[in-house]
Design a protein around this ligand. Structure first.
Ligand SMILES: Nc1ncnc2c1ncn2[C@@H]1O[C@H](COP(=O)(O)OP(=O)(O)O)[C@@H](O)[C@H]1O
Ligand SMILES: [Mg+2]
Length: 352
């Protein structure tokens, strides 16, 4: 089922939590709703679920206007960060509970619950109570419970936040597998860019209730339209240098401590800009280079070989293979790649 929101807005007194949101969530796809804490992700999800009334705008499930439809009629499955399982019920009873409310007979609801337990691979724990399960297993039960009514839409609000790092990795792959198997239209809320990048067909990035950009994960990373987007994605984070465009078209650091040759023709002389460089977007090249930099530090983190380079008064963190024969203190010639180097207007944050 396709979800469409038009001019969707939610105000709490003086806070506009969701601000004039327009978006189509594609049928059968997993969309990540990504953004920093407090940007309005949960508010958005709760309006889709019908738990929160909208202030303005419309919500459509396919062609049906569901803006004022009560939650229980929407056919939505919900999973939250805290699994909210019933502690006194077994796994089987927890999963089948939504069908009990619908007065489905016991045999049938247990049959369906076992089917769901198999889907989320928890069928060996049917008789256990939630407290006898790990966090990851509890979240599997919560997902099975959300799926048992064959929801038209699955909404997941930071479902992995309570899990430790290794389990998060495992569970996000599981959620993706379950989503691909059931093909249920899914919206997955997270503040974790890596989680969003790894799990979704498409990412919607929000800031202060506003949709900043939506795209497939790699496209959002490769082609950010706004400085906020470039900054939010990437680990190690993108490097930002403040400056302006000089009369010769080069980038000059604000304090004139260095000049960088750039091949971005859209910027006008005198314009205040931010030059943003992804850590992987440089090479060290003797012949043809864009600027000189001093190696402040070289270090290895796991398999990653990194360096801090000093460019005028700024420092940037970049990937630098140990194959390069240079050491701390050396001055090197740095070449910028085409990909992963951006200019943003310093005032508006828009990409130039
Ligand atoms: N019930 C509420 N009453 C007042 N303000 C709220 C309420 N719920 C959320 N907000 C505010 O709305 C904004 C968005 O919150 P939320 O949707 O929970 O963000 P997120 O899920 O992205 O962290 C925040 O500023 C939050 O303080
Ligand atoms: Mg939230």
């Amino acid at each position: 089922m396709q979800i469409k929101v038009e001019h969707l807005t939610k105000r709490f007194n003086d806070v506009t939590a969701v601000d004039d949101f327009n978006k189509v969530f594609e049928s059968g796809k997993l969309t990540a709703l990504l953004g920093p804490s407090g940007c309005g992700k949960s508010t958005m999800l709760n309006m889709l679920a019908g738990i929160l009334p909208v202030s303005e705008g419309k919500i459509y499930f396919d062609d049906e206007d569901v803006t004022d439809m009560p939650p229980q009629k929407r056919g939505v499955g919900l999973v939250f960060q805290n699994y909210a399982l019933y502690p006194h019920m077994s796994v089987l009873e927890n999963i089948s509970f939504p069908l009990e409310i619908q007065k489905v007979n016991k045999d049938e609801r247990h049959k369906k619950a076992i089917e769901m337990a198999k889907l989320v691979q928890i069928e060996q724990y049917l008789d256990r109570k939630p407290k006898e399960l790990s966090g990851g297993q509890q979240q599997r039960v919560a997902i099975a419970r959300a799926l048992i009514k064959n929801p038209r839409l699955l909404l997941l609000d930071e479902p992995l936040s309570n899990l430790d790092a290794r389990l998060r990795l495992e569970m996000r792959e599981e959620i993706r597998r379950i989503q691909l198997e059931t093909k249920v239209t899914t919206i997955f809320v997270t503040h974790d860019q890596e989680e969003a990048m790894s799990i979704s067909d498409s990412i919607v990035l929000m800031r202060d209730g506003v949709l900043m950009q939506e795209a497939a994960p790699q496209e959002l990373y490769d082609d950010p339209k706004h400085h906020f987007v470039a900054n939010f994605l990437g680990n190690p984070p993108i490097n930002n240098i403040q400056g302006y465009i000089d009369t010769d078209g080069c980038f000059m650091l604000s304090d004139k401590s260095a000049k960088i040759k750039i091949a971005i023709p859209t910027a006008k002389a005198g314009e205040k800009v931010i030059l943003s460089i992804r850590p992987e977007a440089i090479t060290i090249d003797d012949e043809d280079f864009d600027f000189k930099a001093q190696i402040v530090e070289r270090y290895t983190m796991g398999k990653e070989e990194l360096a801090i380079l000093k460019v005028g008064s700024s420092e940037i963190r970049v990937y630098l293979s140990r194959d390069y024969d240079c050491k701390k203190g050396d001055i090197v010639n740095v070449k910028l790649r085409q990909k992963g180097v951006f200019l943003f207007d310093a005032a508006s944050g828009k990409r130039l």
